[in-house]
Structure formats: structure tokens, C-alpha cells
Design a protein around this ligand. Sequence first.
Ligand SMILES: NC(=O)c1ccc[n+]([C@@H]2O[C@H](COP(=O)([O-])OP(=O)(O)OC[C@H]3O[C@@H](n4cnc5c(N)ncnc54)[C@H](OP(=O)(O)O)[C@@H]3O)[C@@H](O)[C@H]2O)c1
Length: 243
Amino acid sequence: MNTVLIIGAKSDIATALAHAYAKNHSNLMLAARKVETLQNVARDLHIRYRVEVTLHELDITDTISHRTFYESLTPKPQGVIIASGYMCEQKIAQQSLEKTLETINVNFTGAVSLLNTIANDFEARQSGFIVGISSVAGDRGRATNYIYGAAKAGFSTYLSGLRNRLYESNVHVMSVKPGFVHTKMTAKMTLPAILTADPHEVAEDILNAQQRGVNVLYSKWIWRYIMGIITCIPESLFKKMHL
Ligand SMILES: NC(=O)c1ccc[n+]([C@@H]2O[C@H](COP(=O)([O-])OP(=O)(O)OC[C@H]3O[C@@H](n4cnc5c(N)ncnc54)[C@H](OP(=O)(O)O)[C@@H]3O)[C@@H](O)[C@H]2O)c1
């Protein structure tokens, strides 16, 4: 039976992913801050799907701990999903270096640090899959969300390069670019219903796409076309749109 490591396991999308992968007969390693609060979730997954679920303490910004964290995992997972993320309101982030750095450290630096270690192990074992949850926000900088967007753009580029590097080592890397999703992260936002997914829809999209070896997944699918249009708008026009 496969073991899948989920980073940022308290996220709403990650919880839905845990159900999707457990239902698909994968054992789970759930990693999060204050991970003991996931004990009931772990018990429920174990009873419901008859899979092994272990809990692991991890702060994605604590890069010094990443190597020890990974070395402590037994057995080593066959797949890893990075679901941790942090989005601060743009107006607050642009006035606060602390919030800006947290945005970069959670969404980019921390994820890169952990994946560097995991990628080396998967490369040596010549197998495994890596799923990184980035965002459509990384496809083009917008006035209303460019600090988070810049961190996600960095993460998307990292995943693209990693995919390129690990291709010949039989390790599959998938970038996920959700549009709007109903989660804690967007709870205070008014989102257009037709463009907004539920976490379980995104989780099903991710599981299916990962099993098919998709490289870049947009969820909902329509976001591929929306971002295709948005990235084609000339900069001279785009800067006047205040999107
Ligand atoms: N919701 C959307 O519309 C949307 C759109 C595009 C992309 N995404 C991305 O999808 C992923 C999942 O987010 P979500 O929507 O499910 O939001 P969420 O429920 O708010 O989950 C975000 C998770 O990240 C974790 N996290 C934050 N800082 C961390 C740290 N230093 N160490 C470890 N974990 C940390 C949080 O843990 P705590 O519980 O400990 O705070 C939280 O559980 C994120 O990467 C997000 O950027 C979301």
C-alpha cells in the first residue's frame, strides 16, 4: 500500500485530499503545526477507510528542521503533497514587512526547502510523486494580490524546474493551480459561485490528475482558459485595469 505525506494537513483542501487518498487505499502521513489537534481526524480516516494514519509536527517556515523531519519518517512516503499556504490581505501585506515575509516563507521558501530534501530522496529511489499546490494568482501579478501572487509564481517556477529535473528519474511532479476555492483562506471574500470550487472537487481533480500524470492542473478547469486570456492582455492595458 502506498503512503502519501500531506504537508499543511489542516488546510481544508488537504483534509479533502486525505479523504480522497485514503478512500483510494493510501496510508497517510499528516504533517501540520499543532498536529495533535488532528487526532480525531486521523482516527476517523483510519476507521472509515482502514488505512494507517500517522501525525507529524511541522512548521513549513522552520527550514532548519526540514532534514530531521524527513529523516524521522518511517517508512518513506511514495508521494508528497504540499498544501500549506498563507494569504494576507494585499493592503496589509504591502504595509508590513513581517506579513510580506510570512507570505514568501510559507508559500515559497519553506516549500522549496522541504521539497529539496524530498526530491533528492525520490531521485535516489527513482520513484515517487510530488504535488505542489500553487495558485492562479502566480500566473500574473495583479494590484490586489501581487505579494501572495509573487510567492506562488516562484513556487510554480520551482515546480516546473523540478519536474524537468526529475523526469528522467521516474519522479512525477504536478503543479496545481486552483482558482477560487471555498476554504478558511477565502472565508471573508465574496466569490463568484460559478468560478468557485469546493475543497472535495479540487481534491478529486488532484487525485485523478496525479494518477494520469498531468503536469499542470487548473481546478476548476475553466481557470486554464481564464488565465490564458488574462496573461495575453497587453501590459499597457493591464496596468489600467486594477484587477
Ligand atoms: N482557497 C483558495 O481559493 C485557494 C486558491 C488557490 C490556491 N490555494 C492554495 O491551496 C492551498 C490550501 O489552502 P486552503 O484553501 O485549503 O486554505 P486553508 O484551509 O487556510 O489552509 C492553509 C493551511 O496552511 C497551513 N499553514 C500556514 N502556515 C503554515 C506553516 N508555517 N506551517 C505549516 N502549515 C502552515 C495552515 O495551518 P494552520 O491551520 O496551522 O494555520 C492551514 O491549515 C494553499 O497553498 C493555498 O495557497 C487556495
